[in-house]
Every structure is written in C-alpha cells, then in structure tokens.
Design a protein around this ligand. Structure first.
Ligand SMILES: Cc1cc2nc3c(=O)[nH]c(=O)nc-3n(C[C@H](O)[C@H](O)[C@H](O)COP(=O)(O)OP(=O)(O)OC[C@H]3O[C@@H](n4cnc5c(N)ncnc54)[C@H](O)[C@@H]3O)c2cc1C
Length: 332
C-alpha cells in the first residue's frame, strides 16, 4: 500500500468532518491544506443545517454503542477547538398520553434522571404545568454549528491552514466530501433532514428540549435571543432542497404541542439537506491507495467528528488501525 506523506496532505471538504480532521492533524504538527468546492463551510454543506446537539446518551435510543461511546469525546474536543460548547444538558418530555414512550426512552438510554412536574419547572420555568414527567440528561451539551464552523476555521487560519476553493487535490488526500463522495463510495446514501429556525421571544427555553411523540419526535435547540432551531425529520431520500408541506406541518404542530407560544413564532429559516450515511448508519474510515475516506456521519456529524478526526490522524501518523475502518471493496 502506498505511503501517505503527512507533509503533503490535503483535506477535501470543509464540512464538520473535514475541519475536524484538519484541526486534529494541525494539532499533531502536520502541515495540511484544506480544499472545498464552496470555498469553506456554508449552506452547501450538510453541517450548516445541523442542530448542534452533542447528545450521545439520547442518541443511544436509536444508535448503536459506538455512537454513544465515541460521542462522549465531542464536548471537550469542541470546547478546546472552537470554545462554543454549552453544557446545559437535555430535557426530554412527553405529552400525558405518551407516558409509555418516556418509559421506553428511559429503558433504551443511560445517564438520565427522572424529573417530575416540579423538576421540569425548575429546569425550564416556561414549561411549568405543561408536562408531568420527563428525563434529564445532565451530561449532554450543545453548540451552534455555524458559529462553531466559523470558530474552527478562524483557529485553523491562525495556524496557517487556510481553505482554498476547488474540487480536486493531488497526492495524499483525506476525502471528507460528505454525500458528494457517493461517486466513489457506492454504499453511501442520503438521509433527508428538514429543519426550521423560529424566532419566538415569548418562549424562554435555556437548553435542548426533546418532545417524544409517536409520529413527530421533535427537538428544540435554543440559539439565544428567542431564536430556536427546530428539527428534524429523518427521511430515506437523498434529496437536498425541498421541504414537504407535511414535514412543515408536523414540525410546527409538535413545536406548538411543546409550547403554544410557538404558534406565534416567526419562521426565520427553513433548511433541508441529506445526511451522508452507510447502510448501518455507522461512520467509516476507508483507505484506497493514497486516499482516506472519512464519511457516513449520518445524524452525528458534530457528535462523532472529533473521534473520527482522532482516528484518521492516527492512521495518517502510522498509528493504530481505526476501529471504524472497514475493508475497501469499491464495487459495493
Ligand atoms: C437537519 C439536520 C440536523 C442535524 N442535527 C445534528 C445534530 O444536532 N448533531 C450532530 O452531531 N449532527 C447533526 N446532523 C448531521 C450532520 O449535519 C452531518 O452528519 C454532517 O454535516 C456531515 O458532515 P460532513 O462534513 O461529512 O459533510 P458536509 O457537511 O456536507 O461537508 C462536505 C463538504 O465537502 C465539500 N465538497 C463536496 N464535494 C467536493 C469536492 N469535489 N471538492 C471539494 N469539496 C467538496 C462541500 O462543499 C462541503 O463543504 C444534522 C443534519 C441535518 C440535515
């Protein structure tokens, strides 16, 4: 297998995966270049539309063990590299008729404490009297994806790592092109996610709140100044640019169920993108000659990029074989 030359490495793609890999390599003294077809992170990257939840324990409801374990590295890593992390936990609530859903969520996840109506009111006074029971995941965190991408980009620039606009690179490459890498990774698929940004100064939530609902599970992430990211759908489709009336209706209905004041919110933004995912929704590192692919971050871009970057950098430096590395079979 050809050697990778750490002196001439290019990271292709400046979404969350690419920027995390570049930062991790820069930490280890590698002179890395970053090339992105959009010139840097922006609305063309899936990372732009993320909620920014660093919620490994809640994600354990649906995700497999590696996501929960590797995701626990994320908050400290982002705090060190971007300084944008808020460690205020996640509150999970369910409407009265969906109490069974809460019990099921509790059984499938760890590191939570049960909270009653008084506990919910103490954590989130604006939800007082609205929910009888919930779960509080004290150890979870969040960040603002756009502020974080911009902060890590700025920190990379101070270390001499600028982002160049372009679509190709010669030599050794770490390919972090997200869904665009489908041209080389035949088993990569898109999973559509739709989100909203609402301005609702009449609601003052201070942390991520998840509403369990049999059909419309919802999360609301505060961005400050009465602005909330509300998301997100998870639909088996690679399409990136169109929200359906149904998704819009359902997300707004769920937000209204969380707090009726959301009925008066201003819709600031509607976002749609497709998450890059492999069949089992777990991330992968693959090597093909002088190219290393870091991809398949699915719903967990910010959550898993630090662990993926650590493992990709280990591989480049000739260290341990990443646990998420699989054999490359290009025909897949
Ligand atoms: C609605 C929604 C909510 C989400 N919420 C969360 C969340 O709360 N927490 C979480 O951890 N994750 C979340 N995610 C998932 C997360 O956004 C993705 O896992 C992540 O963005 C994937 O990152 P990436 O860097 O692999 O791809 P991208 O962000 O798409 O970046 C790929 C980059 O590669 C560039 N590129 C493409 N082709 C080329 C080329 N030929 N040459 C150069 N550059 C190229 C693109 O311009 C782009 O900048 C969410 C996703 C969605 C859609």
């Amino acid at each position: 297998m050809p050697e990778l030359d750490p002196a001439g490495l290019t990271v292709l793609g400046a979404g969350v995966a690419g920027l995390a890999v570049a930062a991790e390599l820069a930490d280890r003294g590698v002179a890395v270049a970053v090339v992105d077809r959009g010139g840097g992170p922006g609305p063309h990257a899936c990372s732009w539309w993320a909620g920014g939840m660093l919620a490994p324990f809640c994600e354990g409801e649906n995700a497999e063990e590696p996501v929960v374990r590797l995701g626990r590295e994320a908050a400290d890593w982002w705090q060190r590299h971007a300084g944008t992390v808020r460690r205020d936990g996640t509150l999970v609530v369910a409407l009265g008729r969906d109490r069974a859903g809460l019990d099921c969520f509790a059984r499938r996840t760890e590191r939570h404490e049960a909270v009653d109506a008084a506990g919910i009111a103490a954590l989130e006074p604006d939800l007082a009297g609205r929910f009888r029971a919930g779960l509080f995941f004290r150890d979870e965190a969040r960040l603002d994806p756009r502020a974080t991408l911009s902060a890590i980009r700025a920190r990379l620039a101070t270390r001499g790592v600028a982002i160049r606009a372009g679509e190709t690179a010669e030599g050794a490459v770490i390919d972090c092109r997200g869904l665009a890498a489908r041209d080389a990774l035949a088993d990569l698929r898109g999973v559509k996610g739709e989100m909203l940004v609402l301005r609702c100064p009449d609601v003052a939530l201070t942390r991520t709140v998840r509403l369990l609902h049999p059909r419309i599970p919802l999360y609301v992430v505060p961005r400050g100044d009465g602005v909330y990211m509300v998301g997100a759908t998870t639909i088996e489709a690679g399409e990136r640019g169109r929200i359906t009336a149904r998704s819009l209706l359902e997300m707004l209905t769920a937000a209204y169920a969380l707090h009726p004041a959301f009925g008066e919110a201003e819709v600031v933004e509607i976002g749609v993108d497709a998450r890059p995912a492999f069949r089992d929704n777990l991330p992968r590192i693959r090597r093909r000659g002088r190219r290393i692919y870091v991809n398949g971050l699915y719903r967990h871009g910010f959550l898993l990029a630090p662990a993926m970057a650590r493992m990709a950098a280990d591989l480049v430096m000739g260290g341990e074989r990443p646990e998420v590395m699989d054999e490359d079979r290009p025909e897949r």
